[in-house]
Structures are given as C-alpha cells and as structure tokens.
Design a protein around this ligand. Structure first.
Ligand code: TYM
Length: 326
C-alpha cells in the first residue's frame, strides 16, 4: 500500500516558540519515519496581517532554518515556501466558490484577529487557503495544535462538498493533535495560548532563546496561589502548563512530576523546568547555527520545484472536475 500523505504548515512570522514545537512541530519530525510528509512555510497566510516587506524575506528564511534545525529532513520530506507553488492559490479560489460565508464568519481565529487587526478579505478567506494547502496534495493527516481544529473541520466540510458536487476527488484529512502539549499557554496569562503575536515577549519562549532568557521567563511565569506542584488545569493552570512543558521535554509523566516536586515549592520546580527546556532546545540551536544560508535557500527552491511538479497533475484533475479543463 502507498504511504499515507501528511501535510502541515507554519506562518513565518519570526517567533517560532515552544508552543509551536510541542503542539505540532515535534510531530512533523516524528511522522517523517512513516509518512510521505509535505511541510510548508505559509507566507501567503502570513501577509493577511501586515508584514514589513523589508524584513519579511529574512523572517521566512529564518522559519525555514528553524524547521531544518528541528529535524525536518529535506531528503525525506518536501519543504518549501507556499507562494512558490501557485497551485495553492488557484485551488483556494476554486474552493472559495463552495465555501459558505456563514461558516467562515464563525471561525474563532478570524473573529479574534479581525477584532485586533481590523478585517480584510484575506483574513476572512484564510481558512479556505489552508484547506487548499491540505487538499492540494490529497493529505490524509495533518499534525497541528488544538487551535487549528476548527480549520480542519472546515477543510473536511469543503472536501465533502466538493466531492458531492463534482465527484470524488479529495480524501477527508484527519487532524493529528497530541494528547499533551496541544495547547501550551502564555507564561504571563495561562488563560490564553502562547502566541507569536502576543505583544509581551515574556509570554513565550522561542526556540532560539538563550539560557538566561529561558531562566528568566520561567522564573517570572505567572503561577497559581499555593505552593503545591499538582496537575490540575481548573485550579492550577499556570503550574499545569509548566508541568506539560517539563513532561514533554523530559519524558516524565504528570504523576512522576507530582511525586518528584509536589511539596518542594514552585521555585525548585521552575528551576527544573527551565533546565529541561534549555537542554531540550540546545541540539536545535546548535543545528541552527551550523546551517549554511545559501544552502537553505537552495533546499527551499528545490522543494518548491518538486512541489509544483507534484501539484500540477493533481490540480489538473480539479480543473477537469469543475469544467475548467477537458
Ligand atoms: P501557526 O503558524 O499559528 O502555528 C504553527 C503550528 O503550531 C501550533 N500552535 C500551538 N500548539 C500548541 N500550543 C500553542 N500555544 C500553539 N500555538 C500554535 C498550531 O496549531 C500549528 O499547528 N493556520 C496555521 C498554518 C497553516 C496550516 C496549513 C497548518 C496554513 N496552512 C495547512 C496545517 C495545514 C497556523 O496559523 O499555524
């Protein structure tokens, strides 16, 4: 049987953080062992909020470097910039003609972002482009964090509607969402997810942060009243968030962490969390520094060329289905 296809994407907005890593990117790396993986730096999505044209190319390049440093392996997987593969935008347009504006208006990410940034048509159509990304390559599975679940549901709805109207073309993709780490919360406000766009840099830990920064941010992380290290999202969201991070970087279970740190106070636990994160990120930071920029550019261009070639017959099948090609 042919290997199943995995697709996922990340916006190159400069600040790849441990939420991205624990929620999605570590699965990107792991899935390469078994699946045919396609990973995309989604620059067309990123420009739905204003980007500085002078610095955007460097941000995009940097996101690609972080992915390579984490272990996305271009000899096994496809890795490219979305805008270099025009079939994404073309399929997005076709899918937009069957997307319901009612459903798009209910997307929580759209509502959040439109509140903050003011709305534009691209922001509204964002989930349709995301569906196109996934459906273009007929992906079976999509490793993402919890916040993308609603977008995956829309993707499945669009695939079903297309298949019903034009004939069976798209498989219905399944999200791959981890049991722990799917929603890493802000260090400054455990009621909100850790986010690249949070104006407070103390709210997140970036993959490339140095040891002193990580120690400071964990130490200052907002925790709950009382001093007991216990896994309880309702009563202790700040500590539960740190416990998930510690567990994912060290392999310790929540029970184990409670046994080791339960009564020892927050200070001792926070020190251990910082050390675990520093140790977990160190190999990625080393790999990042060893990458050659020209070689990274070459790899991404090569990835885009292969992706275009692979996408074209698939997109031609879509054109035939809708009557745009014979
Ligand atoms: P983006 O760039 O916001 O985030 C990349 C991935 O990181 C996950 N993530 C988190 N996981 C856990 N805790 C957090 N605090 C956290 N913050 C982010 C996201 O769920 C995501 O998996 N719309 C997507 C990009 C995209 C895409 C696609 C994804 C475009 N096309 C096709 C999958 C398939 C996004 O904005 O991700």
């Amino acid at each position: 049987m042919a290997r199943q296809t995995v697709f996922s994407g990340i916006q190159p907005t400069g600040n790849i953080h441990i939420g991205n890593y624990l929620g999605a990117l570590r699965n990107w790396v792991a899935l390469q062992a078994e699946y045919d993986c396609i990973y995309c730096v989604v620059d067309l999505h990123a420009i739905t909020v204003p980007q500085d044209p002078a610095t955007f190319p460097a941000d995009r390049h940097d996101a690609a470097k972080v992915l390579l440093a984490m272990g996305v392996d271009p000899t096994r997987s496809l890795l490219y910039y979305q805008s270099r593969v025009p079939q994404h935008a073309e399929l997005s347009w076709i899918l937009s003609t069957i997307a319901s504006t009612g459903q798009l208006s209910r997307m929580t990410q759209f509502k959040d972002k439109a509140d903050k940034a003011g709305s534009n048509l691209g922001l509204y159509a964002y989930p349709v482009l995301m569906a196109a990304d996934i459906l273009l390559f007929r992906a079976d599975a999509v490793p993402v964090g919890e916040d993308q679940k609603q977008h995956l549901e829309l993707t499945r709805d669009l695939a079903e509607r297309f298949n019903a109207r034009f004939g069976p073309e798209f498989p219905l993709p399944e999200p791959i969402i981890p049991k722990t780490g799917a929603r890493i919360m802000s260090l400054q406000d455990p009621a909100n997810k850790m986010s690249k766009s949070d104006p407070d840099p103390e709210s997140r830990i970036l993959i490339l942060d140095d040891a002193a920064t990580i120690q400071r941010r964990v130490k200052r992380a907002v925790t709950d009243s009382g001093g007991e290290v216990r896994y309880d999202w309702a009563a202790k969201p700040g500590i539960s968030n740190l416990m998930e991070m510690y567990g994912l970087f060290t392999g310790a279970s929540m029970d184990q962490i409670e046994a080791d740190f339960g009564g020892g106070g927050y200070g001792r636990f926070k020190g251990a969390v910082a050390e675990a994160i520093i140790a977990g990120l160190a190999p990625m930071q080393q790999a990042y520094r060893a990458l050659d920029d020209a070689e990274v550019d070459r790899l991404l261009e090569e990835g885009a060329a292969v992706a275009r070639e692979r996408a074209e017959p698939l997109q031609q099948a879509v054109r035939r289905r809708v009557g745009l090609a014979v």
